[in-house]
Design a protein around this ligand. Structure first.
Ligand code: ADP
Ligand code: XUL
Length: 533
C-alpha cells in the first residue's frame, strides 16, 4: 500500500570519495527518492579526479572541503527539483568516507549559528575552514607520525589494543599530527576538527556535531573499550586535542533539530532531528543488516571487507571499530585502496573502456585463469603494504604481459584472492551457510560477483540498491527517532527487503581456488619483500 502523501520520511546521505548520494525512505522502509552529485563532472571547477587531488609527492591526497559543501547545496536543489517535500522528513542521518578531516577556522561556530537562508552554504562558509584541502583516506603521507605514535604508546600492538588498529597513515590522529608539524599557522587558527561524517552533520545542525564512536574508531585516538579518547594517544598527537575534537558520542545519538537555515531555505520541519553521522563502512553494515557469520564485501572506490564481531581481538592487520548499531558489539574491517579505480584502469586499457566488454572477458576465460596470478597495486596498498603490478604464470615465473582477456580475469581474481586471504587471517572462515553480501558500485556487475562467489566458494547476495551506506543512514535516521522507545536497530529494519541471491559458486570452484590461494599467499610474500627492499 502506498504511504500517505504527508507521511513521515527519513533521509540518508553519503559523502563518499567520488560523489554525494541521498536516499529518502518512508516509515515502511520503501525508497521514495534517490539522487546524487558526482564531484568530477558536476563540480568541475574543483578539478578533482575521482573526487580527490593527488599531490606531486604521490603520497598526499586531499579533497577541497568547499566542494563537499557545494555538493550539498546542489544535492538539496536536485532533491527539491525532483519533488521531495522536505517538511515530511522526520530525521536525517548520513555517512562520510572514513578518516578524512575537516579543520574549522576560529570563529566558524559563530558563522554556523547565523546562516542566512537567502544564500548558499558554500557562499556562507567560504572563510570557515583553516585548511581548504582536507586530507582524505587515500593519503599515505604521515608515516613519520605513525612511527612516533607507536613509539609513544609502547608499540604497534599496544596501540591496536587501545584503538583497534596499529598506526595507519590515513587515520585521522596521524593526519592531525602531520598538519600540526607542517602547517603550524593553519593548525593554530583551528577551533574544531571534524571527521567528514561529523562535518556533514555539523552543516545540518548549525553547530559542531559530535564524532560518533564508530567513525571515531578510525582515528588511532579512541579507546574502543572505554569509548572515550585515549589520553595517551591524544597527548602523543597534539596538545589540548580533546578541546578540538569535542566528546565522542554513540552512533545512534539524536544530536538535535536541523538548523533554522534548513527550515527557512528548504522547508524542513523545525522538529526534524539530526541523528549522528558515521563512517561509510559502518553505515554499510547498517544498510546491509549484516548478521553474525556473514561477510560483507564493499566494492566502491576502495574495496572493504567487514564482519560483525562480539569480542574485539585487535591485531597488526585490519581494524576493529565500535559497532554503529549495537553499543555492546564491534565490527572488524579490512580496507584495500586498489579497488574500483584499478579495475577501471584495466577496463580502459584492455576492454575498450566498457564494462560490458570487461564482463565478457570474465565470462570467456576459465576459473583459475590457467594458473596466472596478478597483483595490481597502482598506489601503495594498505593490506598488504605493497606497490606495483606483478604478474606470475602457472610456474610462479614473473611475466611482463598477458592478453587483454587474461589481464581482466587476473585483476579481479587477484583482488578477490587477496580479500579472502586477509579475511581468513582476521579470523573469518567460510562455513556452511556463510553469505557474502556485496555492495558498492561494482556490485551491479554480475560477472564480477560470479568471480567473488567462486573465489570465496560461497553464495553472493546483493541489495537492490548498490549503495548500502546511504540506505543504512536512512535506516539509522529512523532508528534514531524510535530508539528512545527502546526499539533495537534490528527491530526497526526487520521488514526491509531481503538481499537477493545473485551468484553461486561453480562446482569446481573449491578445487581451483584452494590451491591457488596457497600459491597466492606465497607470491604475495615475495611481492611484499620486493616492496620493502
Ligand atoms: P564511492 O561510494 O566509493 O564513491 P561507489 O560505491 O559508488 O563509490 O562505486 C563507484 C565505482 O563503481 C566507480 O569507481 C566505478 O568504477 C565502479 N562501477 C560502476 N559501475 C560498474 C560496473 N558495471 N562494473 C564494475 N564497476 C563499476
Ligand atoms: C576504510 C577506508 C575507506 C573509506 C572510503 O578504512 O579507508 O573504505 O572509508 O570509503
Amino acid at each position: 500500500m502506498a504511504a500517505a502523501a504527508d507521511s513521515p520520511l527519513y533521509l540518508g546521505l553519503d559523502f563518499s570519495t567520488q560523489q554525494l548520494k541521498a536516499v529518502a525512505i518512508d516509515a515502511g522502509l520503501a525508497v521514495v527518492q534517490r539522487n546524487s552529485v558526482q564531484f568530477d563532472s558536476e563540480l568541475p571547477d574543483f578539478r578533482t579526479q575521482g573526487g580527490v587531488h593527488i599531490h606531486p609527492d604521490g603520497l598526499t591526497v586531499t579533497s577541497p572541503v568547499l566542494m563537499w559543501v557545494k555538493a550539498l547545496d546542489l544535492l538539496l536543489d536536485k532533491l527539491k527539483g525532483a519533488g521531495l517535500d522536505f517538511s515530511r522528513i522526520r530525521a536525517v542521518s548520513g555517512s562520510g568516507q572514513q578518516h578524512g578531516s575537516v579543520f574549522w577556522r576560529t570563529g566558524a561556530s559563530q558563522t554556523l549559528d547565523q546562516l542566512d537562508p537567502e544564500l548558499r552554504l558554500h557562499q556562507l562558509l567560504q572563510d570557515s575552514f583553516s585548511v581548504q584541502d582536507s586530507p582524505v583516506w587515500m593519503d599515505s603521507s604521515s608515516g613519520r607520525q605513525c612511527q612516533d605514535l607507536q613509539a609513544a604508546v609502547g608499540g604497534a600492538l599496544r596501540l591496536a589494543e587501545i584503538t583497534g588498529s596499529r598506526a595507519y597513515e590515513r587515520f585521522t590522529g596521524n593526519q592531525i599530527a602531520k598538519l600540526r608539524a607542517s602547517r603550524a599557522d593553519e593548525f593554530q587558527d583551528t577551533e574544531r576538527i571534524s571527521l567528514v561524517s561529523s562535518f556533514a552533520a555539523t552543516l545540518f545542525l548549525g553547530s559542531y556535531a559530535a564524532i560518533d564512536y564508530s567513525d571515531g574508531s578510525g582515528m588511532n585516538l579512541l579507546d574502543i573499550k572505554s569509548r572515550n579518547w585515549s589520553d595517551l594517544c591524544l597527548e602523543a598527537t597534539a596538545p589540548h586535542l580533546n578541546r578540538l575534537l569535542g566528546a565522542p558520542q554513540p552512533s545512534t545519538s539524536v544530536l538535535g533539530p536541523v538548523s533554522s537555515y534548513f527550515v527557512h531555505r528548504y522547508g524542513f520541519s523545525e522538529s526534524c532531528m539530526v541523528v549522528a553521522f558515521t563512517g561509510d563502512n559502518p553505515a554499510s553494515l547498517a544498510g546491509m543488516r549484516l548478521q553474525q557469520g556473514d561477510v560483507a564485501v564493499s566494492l566502491g572506490t576502495s574495496d572493504t571487507v567487514f564482519v560483525w564481531i562480539q569480542e574485539p581481538r585487535p591485531a597488526l592487520e585490519g581494524h576493529i571499530f565500535c559497532n554503529p548499531v549495537d553499543l555492546q558489539a564491534y565490527m572488524a574491517l579490512l580496507c584495500f585502496k586498489n579497488g574500483s579505480l584499478t579495475r577501471k584502469r584495466i577496463r580502459d586499457e584492455c576492454a575498450g573502456r566498457s564494462w560490458d566488454v570487461f564482463s565478457a572477458a570474465l565470462r570467456d576465460t576459465a576459473l583459475g585463469n590457467g594458473g596466472n596470478i596478478g597483483f595490481y597495486f597502482d598506489t601503495i596498498e594498505i593490506t598488504p603494504p605493497a606497490v606495483g603490478v606483478h604478474r606470475f604464470d602457472c610456474h610462479n615465473n614473473k611475466v611482463s604481459s598477458w592478453s587483454p582477456q587474461v589481464e581482466v580475469r587476473a585483476v579481479v581474481e587477484g583482488q578477490f584472492l587477496s580479500r579472502r586471504l586477509h579475511a581468513e587471517r582476521l579470523g573469518y572462515s567460510i562455513i556452511p551457510g556463510t553469505r557474502v553480501l556485496a555492495t558498492g558500485g561494482a556490485s551491479s556487475n554480475k560477472e564480477i560477483l560470479q568471480v567473488l562467489s567462486d573465489v570465496f566458494n560461497a553464495p553472493v547476495y546483493t541489495l537492490d540498491l548498490a549503495d548500502s551506506a546511504c540506505l543504512g543512514c536512512a535506516y539509522r535516521a529512523l532508528h534514531g527517532v524510535l530508539a528512545e522507545s527502546g526499539l533495537s536497530f534490528s527491530d526497526v529494519v526487520k521488514n526491509a527487503p531481503e538481499p537477493q541471491l545473485v551468484a553461486t559458486p561453480h562446482p569446481t570452484a573449491q578445487q581451483v581456488y584452494e590451491g591457488m590461494l596457497k600459491r597466492f599467499a606465497q607470491l604475495e610474500e615475495m611481492v611484499l619483500q620486493k616492496t620493502c627492499t
